[in-house]
Design a protein around this ligand. Sequence first.
Ligand code: GLN
Length: 305
Amino acid sequence: MNYEETLKEIQEEVTPLFGKGKIANYIPALAKVEPNQFAMSLQLFDGQSYHVGNSDQKFSIQSISKVFTFTHVMNLYNESLENRLGLEPSGDPFNSLVQLEYENGKPRNPFINAGAIVLSDMLVSKYKKNTYEEMLKYIQKTCDNNLISIDEEVYLSERKSGFKNYSMIYMMKSFKNIKNDINNVMEVYFKLCSLRMSTNELSRAMLFLSNHGVDPITQEVFLTQSQAKRVNAVMLTCGHYDASGDFAFRVGLPAKSGVGGGIVAVIPGKMSLCVYSPRLNSQGNSLIGTKALELFTTKTGFSIF
Ligand code: GLN
């Protein structure tokens, strides 16, 4: 398979879509990003990787951080989510409050905001004041690279404008589904969303999920085989909020998006991928990124189905 050629073809085929979709502007610092960007990276088990576009350009990982949060909690709590959140698609936007109230403060899944906030609370119960630092170390280990850091401006901007996220955590606290101080939990949640990574780094970080929980290059064990299968299953069913079904239909891979414009995807037994293009579709997923992954699975035949 000539991956270089395939990635180049995809870049050409998505170019006419530049201009479609809207950049996330509900977080003011994100609205400043140059909208017409595209990069895509593919990481193989033997350490080889292929890239197109500016694959070293760092961007705000946003909800892609929920994959790190979920995998870390799976590992720490040995899959027992203590009945604190569900594993079903929400069918609602990522920051919806409605469902959370009628389901008694129990988020539908770990990949919507409320779910990741509960997981952040579980991390704070474990690591207390050191939670962000511990998570940063973990993320750096997944991509075998300690040059990952936060975008301070995005972090402050999220903290200042995150009214819906605060509403969710207060609602969950009222149902006793948050155990720690609200500000400590939100600090961790916002900081993880504000990390900056490139498609190169993110595709590398996802490799353990393509290889049954073990990094095939460093041999580091992040998850058991069963846990990795479960994370991938939740990425397939819930990774794109209320567009998860559509994404599975078009692309057919476990994947997770973020409003920064990134999408990571896993091809079990083969490789991991990341695509970046900041203009979003109406559900908050990268419009060109989704198309690029659809083209990738169509051209290579590598979907999980
Ligand atoms: N930080 C964003 C928020 O909390 C993450 C949302 C996303 O990427 N979908 O709103």
